[in-house]
Design a binder for this molecule. Structure first.
Ligand code: SAH
Ligand code: DHB
Ligand code: MG
Length: 224
C-alpha cells in the first residue's frame, strides 16, 4: 500500500462518480496559471463537503481559508436561492483568483469573500452575520485551528456542523514530540475537542490524490 495506489484508486473512483465539471476544472486551471499552491481539497473530498452541506440542509456556510475557491464552489452550489457563504482569506492574490473562479461558476451572488487574517475578521463576521451558521469549514493556517474552532462555536447553534481539514498531517498528529507548528496546532485542536462537552465529534484519516491527511467532523449539540 502506497501513495501511488491511493492516488490511482482515487482517480478511478472520481472518474466513476464525479462527472466532468467545467467550472471546477476551470478553477484549478486558473489557480495553476496564477501559481497558487495545489493545497485545495481533492475532488472526492470536495464532493464530501458538498454532500455534508446537502445532508445538513445548510443555508448559511462559513469557510476559513478560501485559496482559489475550489472548496467554496463545491459548498456554495448546495445553497438555496437565499443562502449565503462567507469565506475568509488572508492573501489578496488568492482572493482575487477565487473571486473570478466563483464568478465563472455563477455563484458570486451567494459568496462573500472577506480578505484579511481570519482572526482579525471574525469579530466582524459575528457583527455582520448575527444569525448562526449551519456549516463551518476550517481550512486556513493550521496553528490557529484551535482558535478558529473557538470562533466556530461562537458562530454556531445546536445542530451546526463543523468540519476541519488537515488534522492528520501524514500521521504526525499522533506524534507527541513533533516540532512542526502545524502538527502541534492540530494536536492542541484534538485535545480541545476531546474536552469540549458542547460538541459530538470524530476524526477520519483520508488518503488519495492529496496524500495522507484527515478531517474532523463535529456537530454542536448544546447551546454554545
Ligand atoms: N479551502 C481551500 C484551501 C485553503 S488553503 C480549498 O480546499 O480549496 C489555506 C488558505 O488559507 C490559503 O489560501 C492561505 O492563504 C489561507 N490563510 C493562511 N493563513 C490565513 C489566515 N490567518 N487567515 C485567513 N486565511 C489564511
Ligand atoms: C496544506 C494542505 C492543505 O489542505 C491546506 O489547507 C493547507 C496546507 C499543506 O499540505 O501544506
Ligand atoms: Mg486543507
Amino acid at each position: 500500500m502506497n501513495e501511488e495506489r491511493w492516488a490511482f484508486v482515487d482517480q478511478y473512483l472520481c472518474r466513476a462518480l464525479l462527472p466532468i465539471d467545467p467550472a471546477l476544472e476551470a478553477a484549478l486551471t486558473a489557480n495553476a496559471a496564477e501559481g497558487l499552491p495545489t493545497i485545495d481539497v481533492s475532488p472526492a473530498q470536495g464532493k464530501l463537503l458538498h454532500l455534508i452541506a446537502l445532508i445538513q440542509g445548510a443555508r448559511r456556510i462559513l469557510e476559513i481559508g478560501t485559496l482559489g475557491g475550489y472548496s467554496t464552489i463545491w459548498l456554495a452550489r448546495t445553497l438555496p436561492a437565499d443562502g449565503i457563504l462567507v469565506t475568509l482569506e488572508a492573501e489578496e492574490k488568492h482572493a482575487r483568483v477565487a473571486r473570478k473562479n466563483i464568478e465563472r461558476a455563477g455563484l458570486s451572488h451567494a459568496v462573500q469573500i472577506l480578505v484579511g487574517k481570519a482572526l482579525e475578521r471574525l469579530p466582524e463576521v459575528k457583527r455582520k452575520y448575527p444569525e448562526p451558521f449551519d456549516l463551518i469549514f476550517i481550512d486556513a493556517d493550521k496553528p490557529n485551528t484551535p482558535e478558529y474552532f473557538g470562533w466556530a462555536l461562537r458562530l454556531s447553534r445546536p445542530g451546526t456542523v463543523i468540519v476541519a481539514d488537515n488534522v492528520v498531517r501524514k500521521g504526525e498528529v499522533a506524534n507527541p514530540s513533533s516540532t512542526d507548528a502545524n502538527v502541534q496546532g492540530m494536536r492542541r485542536f484534538i485535545e480541545l475537542l476531546a474536552k469540549e462537552t458542547r460538541v459530538t465529534a470524530t476524526a477520519l484519516q483520508t488518503v488519495g490524490t492529496k496524500g495522507y491527511d484527515g478531517f474532523v467532523i463535529a456537530r454542536v449539540s448544546s447551546n454554545p
